[in-house]
Design a protein around this ligand. Structure first.
Ligand SMILES: [Zn+2]
Length: 517
């Protein structure tokens, strides 16, 4: 009888293989699940060297797969100074001084998310002189919460060349950079490979604490790929990453023969990402009927149909999977037109994805199902913006909001669903909560279905369902134990947390006292 390295016992494990399939215990050898069964069955493989986790009757699930995250970028933000909670201008300046003291002279202090409207006392923008005093030896750049305004000090101004007359540079002398001047600064602040390596490490720690063991990085460029490869080569990549290169690399991917699945269990090349419209918040998502209060505005399609069709055909000829961002119904219509013309139905095995897929019409749902399209969606958006009185209603009205993100209708039509967060915010249980507790009936799905979309759904969307996303012998040993039961208390899912995360057969996160259930 094989002896386990790690075993979970006394758990309510939902395997996600078939609805309702459960087990009490799992035995792990190396990085793989060796056995799934009852406590008695697993007991046979427990030796003195086996680490045993008594789950205290808690829920166990496959590790979560976030199928749409900007993981490396999120991580870089994690390494920056988050000023969202600052109570006053003095508070911000203290944080800047502390960060400057903690790093070397000459290194950037980059801060994010300050919001003077929330401060006590003086609510003026930070000035160059104030930041010079707080950090005399470091360049400082602090981005306002809306992303459109930066406060900088003298050392920062010296490092960015802004042509006279640049839009947004009018107040540069006082340390305020806006619009194009701010963009110039942002270019200088672009992380290099090591900056992203640090970011990916920070993002991985956050992922483990939230039970995420795999991510699809939804838009990588050369610098981010190099950073992932550097970490992977050093054995330090402790999350499985599927990288989605931008469409500007489509020819390179094809020419080099780097199709779907190139890589290994930790780092793989995934589908090529194509953007076709914008977002609802900025009223750039391409809609058929205009935005509320601005009927002339119908968003922007970023592709000519002919060009998009050529890209899809090229991808088909080379067996390249695509992940196409389409939010508004007009963008979704364009994508479906093009996929139909390119005969995507006969290339169903490529599993082309539509990212976001927020406003499909009933007719489009039927067409997408026929094409075998995977819907890669973000249920957290429902909680963030899709509730009655929320931003979607403001932009599109109640009737259209009620038809958006129709998870239940998509599943009923047979469309595979993969859930992700888009990092707004990162964290699967929050998303699962809003799929289960969504305000409109076409959206609401059971905890089982929502959890499946956040596990097996992501695996399917990356052609990896034989490796992960379910709990079965032979699968990668990525699992989580929760502190609550989404099946029994579905209205409290967003307040639940992850007690244990196991990645590749190793405990990478543990909090609280497990045995006390
Ligand atoms: Zn995204």
């Amino acid at each position: 009888m094989i002896k386990f390295d790690l075993a979970i016992t006394n758990a309510r494990i939902h395997t996600m293989r078939a609805p309702g399939e459960m087990a009490a215990a799992v035995g792990i050898v190396g990085g793989r699940i060796a056995r799934v069964g009852s406590d008695v069955e697993i007991q046979e493989g427990i030796a003195s060297s086996t680490r045993v986790i008594d789950a205290g009757g808690r829920v166990g699930l496959p590790g979560f797969i976030d199928a749409h995250a900007h993981f490396a970028i999120m991580g870089v933000r994690e390494t920056q100074l988050n000023l969202r909670g600052a109570a006053s201008k003095a508070d911000v300046l203290r944080a800047v001084a502390a960060r400057a003291a903690a790093i070397g002279a000459g290194e950037w202090v980059i801060g994010t998310d300050w919001d003077e409207s929330k401060w006590e006392g003086e609510r003026s923008y930070l000035t160059r002189e104030e930041l010079d005093r707080a950090a005399p030896k470091n360049p400082v750049a602090l981005r306002r919460i809306d992303g459109h305004l930066w406060s900088v000090n003298s050392a920062a101004l010296e490092r960015v060349s802004i042509e006279p007359g640049t839009i947004g540079s009018e107040e540069a002398e006082t340390g305020v950079l806006k619009e194009h001047a701010g963009d110039e600064l942002a270019k200088v602040l672009q992380p290099d490979v090591d900056g992203y390596v640090a970011g990916i490490r920070a993002a991985t720690a956050r992922a483990h604490s939230l039970g995420v063991t795999s991510v699809h990085d939804a838009y990588v460029d050369g610098t981010r790929i190099k950073a992932y490869r550097k970490l992977s080569a050093s054995g330090g990549l402790d999350v499985r990453v599927t990288m989605l290169p931008g469409v500007e690399y489509l020819d390179d991917v094809i020419d080099l023969g780097l199709g779907q699945g190139f890589g290994d269990e930790r780092l793989r090349l995934g589908p090529v990402k194509i953007l076709t419209d914008g977002s609802i918040g900025s009223m750039t998502a391409a809609v058929t009927d205009g935005y509320r209060g601005a009927p002339e505005r119908i968003g922007t399609l970023t592709w000519e149909p002919e060009e998009l069709a050529a890209a899809v055909t090229k991808a088909h000829e080379s067996d390249v999977q695509l992940a196409i961002h389409a939010i508004g119904d007009r963008a979704i219509g364009l994508v479906l037109d093009v996929l139909e013309r390119a005969d995507a139905a006969v290339r169903k095995e490529l599993r082309h994805r539509i990212e976001h897929f927020e406003m499909p019409t009933p007719e489009q749902i039927v067409r997408a199902a026929r094409l075998g399209v995977v819907a890669s969606m973000q249920p957290n958006f429902v909680g963030e913006w899709g509730l009655p009185g929320g931003m979607y209603e403001d932009r599109l009205g109640r009737d259209r909001t009620a038809e958006m993100n129709p998870f239940a209708r998509l599943l009923a039509a047979g469309i595979p669903l993969a859930f992700g967060s888009d990092c707004m915010p990162f964290g699967p249980l929050y998303g699962v909560h809003w799929a289960v507790n969504a305000p409109f009936p076409g959206q609401r799905i059971t905890p089982e279905k929502a959890l499946r979309a956040y596990t097996r759904g992501g695996a399917y969307a990356a052609h990896e369902e034989d490796e992960k996303g379910t709990i079965a012998p032979g699968m990668l040993a990525d699992l989580v134990i929760l502190d609550g039961d989404p099946f029994r208390e579905p209205d409290g899912i967003k307040d639940m947390g992850v007690m244990v995360t196991i990645f590749n057969g190793k405990v990478v996160h543990q909090r609280g006292n497990l045995s006390a259930s």
